[in-house]
Write a protein that binds this ligand. Sequence first.
Ligand SMILES: Cc1cc2nc3c(=O)[nH]c(=O)nc-3n(C[C@H](O)[C@H](O)[C@H](O)COP(=O)(O)O)c2cc1C
Ligand SMILES: [Mn+2]
Length: 476
Amino acid sequence: MAVQYRDLREFIELVEKLGDLRKVQGAALAFEIGAITEVAAGSESCPALLFTDIPGQPAGNRIFTNTTVSARRAALALGIDTNLPPLQALQEWKRKRVDLKPIAPEQTTNAPYLENSSTGDAVDLSLFPAPIWHKDDGGPYIGSGSVVMTRDPDTGWVNCSIYRVQVHSRDRVTVQFDHNGRHGAMISKKYWDRGQACPIAIINGQDPALFIAGFEYLPEGASELDFAGAIRGAPVEVCAGPVTGLPIPARAEIVLEGMLMPFAEESLPEGPFGEFTGYYAAEKRPAPVMHVTATHHRTNPILLGSPPLKPPRFHFGLPLRAAGIWSNLEAVGIADVVGAWQHVSQLMIVIALKQRYAGHAKRAGLVAAANSYMGRIVVLVDDDVDPSNLADVMWAVTTRAEPSEDVDIIRNAWSSSLDPRIPASHRSIGLTSNSKMIIDACIPFQHIETYPRTSALTLADALEIRRRWGHVLDQR
Ligand SMILES: Cc1cc2nc3c(=O)[nH]c(=O)nc-3n(C[C@H](O)[C@H](O)[C@H](O)COP(=O)(O)O)c2cc1C
Ligand SMILES: [Mn+2]
C-alpha cells in the first residue's frame, strides 16, 4: 500500500475518512489546546484534532494535533494497511524500512507555501498560532512538531529534524537542541565558528512522512527529505526559500526563514517545556536565537502541533524506534524474534521470541538493553505473548519470571539529561546514565516441554475469531 497524501491537508482528509477527526472551535492558545490534546491522546478513541476559530488569531488559522498518536494513523502516515493489528503494522514498517531507497526531492515552481509572504518590518509572528502547551511552560511554542532545516556549508547536505521552537517576540524565536550531537547543532556551529550566522528555515505544518523522517536517527550526511520521499514512494516537491535558498517543501503550511545567530553572541532564556517523560527536565536555559526575516504561509494555514505528553501518550502510535531495535536484533543474527515493542513512550521495551537454545532470550535482552534510550525495563516474552499488549506482557512476567532468578540489572547505561530519576546534581556534571532491569519472562528453556500448558487462545486463533465474529462483538 502506498502513501495516499501529498501534504498535511490531504492527510487530514484521509483521517476524516477514517472517522478519526474531531473539530474543536474556539479553544484558547494558553493551556486549553494543549489540555484538550492531552485528554484526547489519552482516550480510548484517541482522535486527531483540528482546532479552528482560535481566539486572537486571524480567522482561517488552524492547529492540527494528535496526527499520528494512534496506531492506525501512524500506519496511515507510513502507507501501511490501517486494518492490521498494531504488532503486524510495526512488522510491516520494519520490513519496509529495511528496504527503503532514498528518493531525492524534486524542484517545482508551484509552491503553495509562497501564497502569502512578509519580509522585514512586516514580519509578525503573532499572526501565527503558538500555543502554551502545558501550564508551566516558559512561553508559546510554534514548533512542537516543526521541522528545522539547515544546510552544511561544506558539503551542501540539508538536514531536516524536529527541534522545539519557542516564540519570544514579533520576529525572534529560539531553537532548542537537546545536545551538541544533533545535526542542526553541528551544522550551525560550523557557521558560528567562522563568525557567521546560520541560514535556517522552520517548516510548521509539513506532511506526516517528513514528520516521521525528522524523528529517524539518520546518519550524518543523509537528508530527511530523501527519507520522506522514500516513505512516500515519490519525491518531496521543494521550492527554494527566497531568503535562505533552502529546499523548502512546496506544500508546507507555515514557513519561517532567517538566520540562527552565533550562540556566543546572542541567546535568550528558553523553556521550560514539558517533556515526553511527563516531567520538566530543566529550568529556563539559554538557547540560540533565530532572527526571522521572512514568513510564508498558505492561505488559512494549519500548524502541525505535537507537544510531548505524559506517557503512554506519544507522538507515534506505532513505536517507530522499536522497529529499529527489532532490525538490530536480526542484524546481529538473533533468530526467531517475532516482535518488538515499546511501552511508556519508549521507556520500556518488550521483545517476543521463539526460544531455540538456552541463553537465547538473554542474548536478545542484552542487545535491546544496550539500545534502549532512557529505558529502565526490558522484558523478554515467548512467542505466544503479544509484546504490544501490556496486560499480556504482565501476565507473562507474573507467571513465568521468578524475580530471584530471572532479573538482571545493567548499570551505567544509556539515558539522557531528560531522565527525571537522575539527580540534578549528577545531570549538571554530565552524569546522565541510568540502570536497566532485564526481566526474562520466557518459560525457563529447560522446562519448555514440561511447563504447565496455557488454557488461552493462541494469538492466531484469537485473530481468526475476531475476523469471523468481530462484527457481532463490536456492535453497540
Ligand atoms: C515531536 C518531537 C519533538 C522533538 N523535540 C526535540 C527538541 O526540542 N530538541 C531535540 O534536540 N530533539 C527533539 N526531538 C528529537 C529529534 O527530532 C530526533 O532525535 C531526531 O532524530 C534528531 O535528528 P538529527 O539527528 O538530524 O539531529 C523531537 C522529536 C519529536 C518527534
Ligand atoms: Mn539528521
